[in-house]
Every structure is written in structure tokens, then in C-alpha cells.
Ligand binder design. Structure first.
Ligand SMILES: NC(=O)c1ccc[n+]([C@@H]2O[C@H](COP(=O)([O-])OP(=O)(O)OC[C@H]3O[C@@H](n4cnc5c(N)ncnc54)[C@H](OP(=O)(O)O)[C@@H]3O)[C@@H](O)[C@H]2O)c1
Length: 281
């Protein structure tokens, strides 16, 4: 019998996860497969009910990482505090949610900059679902200071409050338009994570004036494309990397949660890079 896994989202056709996960799953068990399923928000209840019977696990992407939570039987502490689930394990018909985005980003920062999250000082540009998951994970891993900068200041403040309460981490916030505090935060941080959705479209402006980036920073952009922020870093030789390694490592962690075996990370990386190159043509 096939052991089935899936990724759900709306839209989902662009997802690179099936290529990466199938490369790993086929090594683990030739009868395992991973498919992309287009699920709209009002279909989440039906999908999760079917998943109890049909699937061994599934990933969740935009826009369902928060919306799926009420349909689950349990979630990890980090997923609860972040309000974000990207990995669900099905066991005896019960659904257990976890978040691996923060783990994926931590591994990506280690690869790109030899950066270590425990005791680290990390700035987030943008405070949506991805930043919530990563900031909570970094707090749980013992980051020294977090700087949360967002267009909507109230969102950054509410996340900061939760993190202080749950983990006791020092968290500072400001609006992306605050041209006094933002550069001061970027000078104090060792790494900045670009977490806004700006840069997905070629005509997108940068989320803030990139001239405010200090030469001392390292920049990780969660988007896989050459965003305006990445272009500025390349122009000024500021160390930078795009979001592909984060995608790889969050997927590798999901694989490990589901199969309880070590992920074949290099096999997954080759499959992901090949799928990305094909999609970019
Ligand atoms: N590499 C990976 O594995 C990975 C994983 C997850 C996500 N991502 C990427 O991370 C990015 C964010 O995803 P998400 O799930 O966090 O999305 P999200 O929850 O929709 O959050 C979007 C963020 O972008 C900000 N934003 C949107 N339009 C803006 C504008 N015009 N000016 C300034 N800020 C703006 C939002 O600010 P407000 O709060 O003010 O609306 C919010 O902080 C996406 O580009 C996604 O592709 C990558």
C-alpha cells in the first residue's frame, strides 16, 4: 500500500516541495509518494478529515499555516506560540502539528554564514507567518536579542510580547518606516532576515531604503529570487544568501519527523536545485 504525504496551499502548483520530498521518500520506501494538493481555506476541514484516513503526513504552505490549527489534535509549543504549523504528522487517525521553518532557517544561516543562533542577535525585516515561526524558534534556541521590524508595528509588538512571556528573550520592535531606529537595530544585529513578501514580483520596491543596511551585517532573504535587498548586498559586497537552503532544511526536518530517519539532505538539495532551475527557465 502507498504511504502518502502531501503539501497543501493556495496556490500550490509552483511548489518545489514534491521534487525534493519524493527524492528523499523514494530512498526511504519505494511505496511512498508526496503530492501537491490545491486546498482553499473553506476546504481545510474536509481535507484534514480525509488526511486522517489517507495520509501519513502533510506540509502546509501559504495561506493555511495558521488556519489549519483548529483542525488538529495537538501542536508543539513553538507552533502554538508562533500560531503557525507547516508539518502535520498523522498517527492512528490523529493529527499532530509542528513548525520546521525556524529550524530550516537556523540551518541555512549556519551554512551561509557559519552563524550560530544560540546567543545570536538577529533582526527580522517583516513580521508575517514565516518571521513568527523563525523568531519563536530562535528564542527557544537561546538567541540573545531579537529585533522585529514590520510595516504594521502592532503585529511586531504582539509577537515580541509573546516571545518575552514564553522565553524571556530580549525583543525590540520598530516600524519599517522608522528611519532612526531601524538603522540602529541593524547595526546592533549580526544577521538580518528579509521576511516580507516584497521581492516576489520583479516590480516590487524594497521594504526599506537598502542604503540603511550597515556594511557589518549579513543578510538572509527568505525569498529565492534576486530581491532589491539582495541586489544591494551584492553591489556593496555585504554577505547574503537567498531562501532556497531554508526551504531545503525545513523539508528535511519534516521528512525526519515523519519517517524517524535521517534525511538524505544532499539528495534533497540536488532535487530541489534541479526543480528550481527548471522553474526559473
Ligand atoms: N524559504 C522558505 O523556506 C520560506 C518559508 C516561508 C516563507 N518564505 C517567504 O517569506 C515571505 C513571507 O512569507 P509569510 O508566510 O511570512 O507571509 P505573510 O504572513 O503574508 O507576511 C508578509 C509580510 O510581508 C509584509 N509586507 C507585505 N507587503 C508589504 C509592503 N508593501 N511593505 C512592507 N511590508 C510588506 C507584511 O507586513 P504587514 O504585517 O504590515 O502586513 C508581513 O510582514 C514570503 O516571501 C515567502 O515566500 C520562505
Amino acid at each position: 500500500m502507498m504511504i502518502k504525504f502531501a503539501v497543501i496551499g493556495d496556490p500550490i502548483a509552483h511548489s518545489l516541495s514534491p521534487a525534493m520530498q519524493n527524492a528523499a521518500l523514494k530512498l526511504w520506501n519505494p511505496d511512498a509518494e508526496y503530492i501537491a494538493v490545491h486546498v482553499k481555506t473553506d476546504e481545510l476541514r474536509n481535507f484534514t478529515e480525509c488526511a486522517r484516513r489517507e495520509l501519513a503526513g502533510f506540509n502546509i504552505t501559504v495561506p493555511h499555516k495558521g488556519a489549519v490549527i483548529p483542525f488538529l489534535d495537538g501542536i508543539s509549543k513553538e507552533a502554538r506560540v508562533a500560531g503557525s504549523v507547516n508539518t502535520v504528522t498523522v498517527e492512528s487517525g490523529r493529527l499532530y502539528g509542528d513548525t520546521t521553518d525556524g529550524y530550516g532557517l537556523e540551518q541555512a544561516l549556519a551554512e551561509a554564514f557559519a552563524f550560530s543562533v544560540p546567543k545570536g542577535k538577529i533582526a527580522f525585516i517583516g513580521c508575517g507567518g514565516a518571521a513568527h515561526a523563525a523568531a519563536v524558534w530562535f528564542a527557544s534556541r537561546g538567541a540573545a536579542e531579537l529585533f522585529l521590524m514590520n510595516r504594521t508595528l502592532a503585529t511586531a509588538e504582539s509577537l515580541a510580547e509573546k516571545i518575552r512571556r514564553e522565553y524571556g528573550t530580549a525583543v525590540h520592535t520598530c516600524a519599517l518606516t522608522d528611519t532612526n531606529t531601524l538603522p540602529a537595530f541593524l547595526k546592533r544585529a549580526e544577521v538580518a532576515i528579509q521576511c516580507t513578501s516584497l521581492g516576489l514580483k520583479p516590480e516590487d520596491p524594497p521594504p526599506f531604503d537598502p542604503a540603511l543596511l550597515p556594511g557589518t551585517i549579513r543578510v538572509y532573504d527568505t525569498i529565492y529570487k534576486k530581491t532589491p535587498i539582495i541586489r544591494e548586498c551584492l553591489r556593496r559586497s555585504i554577505p547574503c544568501a537567498n531562501g532556497l537552503a531554508m526551504l531545503l532544511h525545513q523539508g528535511a526536518r519534516s521528512f525526519e519527523i515523519w519517517t524517524r530517519t535521517k534525511a538524505p539532505v544532499e539528495r534533497m538539495r540536488s532535487a530541489l536545485e534541479a526543480a528550481y532551475a527548471k522553474a526559473s527557465r
